[in-house]
Ligand binder design. Structure first.
Ligand SMILES: [Mg+2]
Length: 265
C-alpha cells in the first residue's frame, strides 16, 4: 500500500468497515448475550470485543496485505518497538467495554493508521448514535458524519467542563486523582463518561473542553490523535511535553485552555 496516494480510498474503506463492525456491537448490545471474560486485575473483555477485533483485522489484511496491527485484543505485552512500524493499524474494537456490558450507550470503535510513527488516518465510530468522526493527513479539518467540527471556544476556567477516566492500572488512577484535585476547585465540572475514544471525539466536537487521563494505550487514542488537532484542539502530556499515542498520559483540550490547565497541574 502506498499510504499517500491511496489515503482517500482507504478512508472510504475504513468508513464502511467500522460501520459494519458497529452493527456487530449493536447486535450484541441489544441481545442478552454479553459474556465477560476476566483479565488481569479489574480488567475484563467480552466476546464482542474479540469478534470485532478479528473481523477488522481479517478484512483489513485481505485488502491491504502489507498491514501490521496493534490491537487491544492481540497486542503483545511490550509493543513499544512498534511505534515506528510501517502501515500500522492501531485498533480498539470496543472502547468502553464496561459501558457496553452494563448497557450504557457510550462506547466506540477506534481505528487509526500509523506510518513510521505518524498518524495518517483516524476514524472513531459511536454505533448507538451513528456518529462517525474522521480526519486524515493532507486533508484539512476533522469531520463528524461529513460535517466539519471544531473544539469549543471556552476560555474561562470557571466555564470549563472536562472529562477524565480511570485506568485498569490502579496506580495510574492516583495521577488522575491528583490532577483532578488541582483542577476541581477552579472549573465548572468533571465528567467520567467511560470511553476514551468517544470522549476525545466529543472534545473534537466541542461538547467538552478538555480530557485528562493516565494509563491509556495507543489503541484508545491514536485515532483521536489526528482528529483533535485537525479540529483545532491541542494534545500534550500533562507536564506540557510533546505527546505521542504511545504515551500513557494525556492532556487534550480545545487549544485555548491548554496553558491554563498546565499551570494548575
Ligand atoms: Mg477495548
Amino acid at each position: 500500500m502506498d499510504p499517500k496516494t491511496n489515503l482517500v480510498i482507504t478512508q472510504q474503506f475504513v468508513r464502511r468497515l467500522i460501520k459494519k463492525a458497529g452493527k456487530i456491537l449493536k447486535n450484541y448490545f441489544y441481545s442478552d448475550n454479553i459474556i465477560r471474560k476476566e483479565k488481569a486485575g479489574v480488567d475484563f473483555t467480552t466476546e464482542a470485543d474479540q469478534e470485532v477485533d478479528k473481523f477488522l483485522q481479517s478484512k483489513i489484511k485481505s485488502r491491504y496485505v502489507k498491514s501490521n496491527f496493534l490491537t487491544e485484543e492481540t497486542a503483545p505485552k511490550d509493543y513499544s518497538s512498534l511505534s515506528d512500524t510501517e502501515n500500522l493499524w492501531v485498533i480498539d474494537p470496543l472502547d468502553g467495554t464496561i459501558n457496553f456490558s452494563r448497557k450504557h450507550p457510550n462506547f466506540s470503535i477506534s481505528i487509526a493508521l500509523m506510518h513510521k510513527g505518524e498518524i495518517i488516518l483516524g476514524t472513531i465510530y459511536v454505533p448507538l448514535e451513528d456518529k462517525l468522526y474522521e480526519a486524515m493527513k493532507n486533508r484539512e479539518g476533522s469531520y463528524l458524519n461529513n460535517k466539519r467540527i471544531y473544539t469549543s471556544e471556552t476560555s474561562a476556567l470557571r466555564e470549563t467542563v472536562i472529562a477524565c477516566d480511570w485506568a485498569w492500572d490502579l496506580e495510574k488512577r492516583k495521577n488522575v486523582i491528583r490532577w483532578i484535585e488541582y483542577l476541581s476547585g477552579q472549573i465548572r465540572q468533571v465528567k467520567s463518561m467511560g470511553s476514551a475514544a468517544a470522549d476525545l471525539a466529543s472534545l473534537a466536537e466541542g461538547k467538552i473542553d478538555a480530557y485528562i487521563h493516565s494509563g491509556l494505550k495507543p489503541w484508545d487514542v491514536a485515532a483521536a490523535g489526528i482528529i483533535i488537532p485537525k479540529a483545532d484542539g491541542i494534545i500534550t502530556l500533562p507536564n506540557g511535553s510533546t505527546w505521542s499515542p504511545f504515551d500513557s498520559d494525556i492532556l487534550a483540550s480545545n487549544g485555548i485552555l491548554n496553558k491554563k490547565m498546565l499551570e494548575l497541574i
